[in-house]
Design a binder for this molecule. Structure first.
Ligand code: UD1
Length: 344
């Protein structure tokens, strides 16, 4: 039985909760920190229903440096950290950039300070394909240049990677930054999934809530892009595939198999789908008709992005396994279950 202790920040969130389940399945002990600003503690009861184990939970904000120090005094034997905790709504970051810089950057700096103070060496960082901006060449590989970020949210991910890559040089810390493309879908059990508070920003929760009748209509942001049907192209990837990559990254760090102290991997399927293709696939797997309307472009959207996944396939031995149909079907099953769920 593997007993390494993993700290998961943002563990009650969407990707965090799925990652906990995969870590527990391999015998890792999980400790969670979350501010519950955008999530519910009840998610950990759902995790327990899947794995039989409820992770130890600490509720505080990583921007609170003294709370973080107290935490590490109480939990001195952490082997590695997965840092998910961050704000991620692109539009909100445009309206309130300081909130994003403060929250996403200060929390990372506090965490790195604490890692140095308490001599912790391993961290997996939740990055995003947003760091590429609109790439000139597709598929986009880890070597592609970072173009100007389209939003303060994207800027915080670029800055965070920069901070991490500087700190490894001076502090002897090992980092794996995982750049997610568009995580969607839910656990097969339908016990955990994406749980946006208020109106969702992202496409798939908007689709499932519209199909459920919670929203009247889905707005498709633009059909005049240079793509096969004019709507934007994204590389959607199942959240469980993403979660599994985190476990592999943690094992890589713990076994010291990393090839350099700062590694970066794309997590995508390598396939791009348009918004309209995604809608059609959803209609097929859910056997429902979606009420949607084409509207104008959304500010800050990139036209097209999908991943070159060769490096993750080769170096991590990881490959996304689920297709778009499975992603949308599990998202739909989760949406159906949600109405009976009490998370708070
Ligand atoms: C963006 C970021 C991603 C980040 C995520 C967090 C980029 C390239 N991607 O994802 O890194 O993790 O935000 O929120 O910066 N759409 C509609 N109608 C809707 C909602 C979305 O048509 O109601 C379209 C969008 O225009 C886009 C696609 O669906 O073309 C996906 O949008 P969304 O799910 O919001 O994700 P991204 O913006 O790609």
């Amino acid at each position: 039985m593997n007993k390494s202790k993993i700290l998961v920040t943002g563990g009650t969130g969407y990707i965090g909760s799925h990652t906990i389940v995969e870590l527990q399945a391999l015998g890792f002990e999980v400790i969670v920190i979350d501010s519950l600003k955008n999530s519910f503690a009840g998610v950990l009861n759902q995790v327990e229903k899947i794995s039989g184990i409820k992770p130890t939970f600490y509720e505080f904000d990583l921007c609170d440096k003294s709370a973080l120090d107290n935490f590490f005094y109480r939990e001195p034997n952490i082997d590695a950290i997965i840092h998910f905790a961050a704000l991620k709504a692109v539009g909100e970051s445009v309206d309130n950039p300081l909130l994003y810089y403060k929250n996403n950057i200060l929390s990372l700096i506090n965490l790195l300070d604490a890692m140095i103070k308490f001599n912790l060496k391993n961290i997996v960082f939740s990055s995003s394909c947003t760091v590429y901006g609109q790439p000139d060449v597709l598929p986009v590989s880890e070597q592609s240049p970072m173009k100007k970020a389209e939003s303060p949210y994207g800027q915080t991910k670029q800055m965070a990677e920069q901070i991490l890559s500087d700190v490894v040089k001076s502090a002897g810390i090992n980092v794996i930054a995982l750049r997610y493309f568009n995580p969607i879908g839910a656990h097969d059990s339908s016990l955990i999934g994406e749980f946006p508070i208020g109106a969702p920003n992202n496409l798939v929760p908007m689709i499932t809530q519209t199909a459920m009748g919670i929203r009247e209509k889905l707005m498709v942001f633009g059909d005049d892009y240079n793509t096969k049907d004019g709507s934007c192209v994204r590389d959607y990837i199942h959240v469980v595939d993403i979660a599994k990559a985190h476990v592999i990254a943690i094992e890589r760090l713990l076994k010291k198999n990393n090839k350099s102290p700062f590694e970066v991997f794309n997590l995508g399927t390598g396939n791009g789908f348009t918004v309209l293709e995604t809608i059609k696939t959803f209609e097929k797997v859910s056997n429902t008709k979606l009420n949607y309307e084409i509207t104008s472009r959304r500010n800050g959207d990139v036209e097209k992005v999908f991943a070159d996944t060769n490096l993750a396939n080769k170096e991590l031995g990881w490959k996304a396994e689920r297709d778009l149909e499975n992603m949308l079907l599990t998202a739909w099953n989760w949406q159906i279950k949600l109405k009976d769920l009490k998370l708070n």
